[in-house]
Design a protein around this ligand. Structure first.
Ligand code: ATP
Ligand code: MG
Length: 400
């Protein structure tokens, strides 16, 4: 295993548990990442200490998922999620166990975890517990369920999205039996909360392999959100080249789905998936502008910037790039970097200037807009005197 130094706060928590006589193991994503030589982004520890025993050992511990045995211990510069070894009871809702039981055997805890690559534990002394050969699957770059995939998806349908998400994020293949079980059990996705699905889709969308969303669709995991596609799964090839920006990628995804007839309204689709109001607006409008009326040149992009602002323009350009390979993001970036004026904020005159000249009300607003449009067409004319002259009517005909 690559040597990755543990942050001090992680070592402290594990030592604290061990010196009180408990077992303490790193587990899940952090172990998987360390084996792959990557720096983990968060740290999960599992232990045979019961949640109240963890709380008693660390005064700053907060119960963050007590029902499932999770306590968050914050120490100085970071925090660690400490979860008591457990087995899960029945899953009546295809998402969360109805009950959990705390246990003392780590192997049993690893058995309830989703994939072999996520079911490896590592102690401070370097002891590795890997009952499902997760290290081999990491070496072979395979996502494989722990145990019987159909049963595991029956218990928790979110694991189907997680399998494809890990495949996209890590660049691993999904093992055959796990993959075919996703197709068989995909109808259970209907039981999942939209927020959970959104999170997984977004991680897949932002991964190095967003085209895996094609497999998500093909498997039927999004059937509750898509209109009849006639079985056609759209090409998602150009996605990997887009910036890792969630609005831009959602806009492009929506545009592709809308063009393929899989959704009829991007906004309604995003609302169903519970994106935020501003995301729905920016991505929805970006997708629809790209589909119906994408700017053709830098003047067009400046006009769009003036009309709709930077976020919507970026979403439009990202969607246009994926729809038409148009190089729109590059053109838009050039416009943004040029420093040329596309908003009232950048205009060399202000509303107050026009007020001082005797403008007011609708006429003032209208004049500002005319000046902005003029400057968008003639960037070198964005000078105060010049614009004031135009406004006062000496050369007013120029701005029409
Ligand atoms: P990431 O890098 O995305 O954080 P991760 O593996 O840490 O990856 P988490 O969602 O943070 O994923 O979950 C931590 C661990 O908890 C997983 O590695 C896995 O062992 C277990 N786990 C999480 N969700 C599930 C689930 N739905 N079913 C079974 N085990 C799960
Ligand atoms: Mg994690």
């Amino acid at each position: 295993m690559a040597v990755i130094a543990l942050p001090k706060y992680v070592t402290k928590v594990m030592k604290g548990l061990e010196s009180a006589g408990f077992g303490a193991y790193l587990v899940g994503g952090c172990v998987r990442d360390m084996i792959m030589g990557k720096r983990p982004h968060d740290w999960d520890v599992c232990t045979d200490a019961l949640p109240h025993e963890v709380m008693a050992l660390f005064p700053k511990a907060r119960p963050t998922g007590l029902k499932h045995g999770t306590v968050t211990v914050s120490l100085g510069e970071g925090h660690v999620e400490v979860t008591t070894f457990r087995t899960d009871g029945e899953y009546a809702d295809h998402r969360r166990p109805d009950t959990v039981s705390f246990i003392s055997d780590i192997n049993e805890d690893l058995r309830r975890r989703d994939f072999t690559v996520n079911a490896i534990a590592l102690s401070l002394s370097g002891e590795v517990i890997d009952p499902f050969d997760g290290r081999k699957d990491i070496a072979d770059r395979i996502i494989r369920c722990v145990g019987n995939p159909r049963e595991r998806f029956q218990e928790d349908a979110l694991r189907m999205f997680r399998a494809l998400r890990f495949s996209a994020c890590l660049g691993f293949a999904v093992h055959e039996a796990t993959y075919s079980a996703i197709f068989e059990m995909s109808h259970l996705a209907a039981f999942l909360a939209a927020e959970r699905i959104r999170e997984e889709l977004e991680k897949t969308l932002l991964s190095p392999n967003p085209h895996i969303l094609g497999q998500v669709i093909e498997a039927g995991l999004m059937d509750s959100y898509l209109a009849g596609s006639g079985g056609a799964v759209p090409e998602l090839k150009g996605f990997g080249r887009l910036p890792k920006n969630n609005e831009q990628r959602w806009a492009a995804f929506c545009a592709i789905l809308e063009r393929g007839g899989l959704i009829s309204s991007s906004e309604a689709f995003l609302r169903q998936l519970r994106l935020s109001g501003s995301e729905i607006r920016n991505c929805g409008e970006g997708a629809s502008l790209a589909l119906n009326n994408p700017p053709a040149d830098s003047l067009g992009w400046k006009r769009l910037l003036a009309d709709k602002g930077v976020e919507i323009a970026m979403c439009t350009a990202a969607a246009a790039d994926v729809l038409y390979s148009s190089g729109s993001l590059n053109v838009l970036r050039e416009v943004l970097n040029s420093g040329e004026c596309f908003s009232l904020k950048q205009l060399a005159v202000t509303g107050d200037d026009l007020l001082a000249l005797g403008f007011s009300g609708i006429e003032l607003g209208e004049t500002l807009r005319l000046l902005l449009d003029y400057v968008i067409r003639f960037p070198e004319e964005n000078e105060r005197e010049r614009l004031l002259n135009l406004a006062t009517g000496m050369e007013r005909s120029h701005i029409y």
